[in-house]
Design a protein around this ligand. Sequence first.
Ligand code: THU
Length: 133
Amino acid sequence: MTYSELFEKALEASKKSYSPYSHFPVGAALLTESGKIFCGCNVENRSFGATRCAEQTAIQKAVSEGEKEFAAIAIATPKSDYPVGPCGICRQIISEFADGKMPIIYGCSWENHIESDVETLYPSDSLHELGSS
Ligand code: THU
């Protein structure tokens, strides 16, 4: 699975977006170490705070299916004219399951995308030791 194929899955997932309030579809495709792909889209809510981002949907699908080892995540925002990175809450949620080197690929199209990683987008991450007790 190339990053471009993973990004294509994220783009496809964005078509399922439920975003009647922002009109901003987002898709995510999460590649597991075992080679599976879990896709997600943003699911908005009229109580705006209950909105779930695409990355969160994909991660919750994967973890609830027993997958916690992730190799990469791609995020597609087809309505933006520049690559939109994950929001702060998503950076925190991604970092729960990923080490600093895990690639995060995000873009509005494959022609206009950025390849980054967890430690670049979420530096000085802390408190992982809480999970080991
Ligand atoms: N959104 C995501 O799905 N992921 C992000 O990382 C950024 C924001 C969604 C939330 C909301 O439905 C819409 O994009 C506008 O913020």
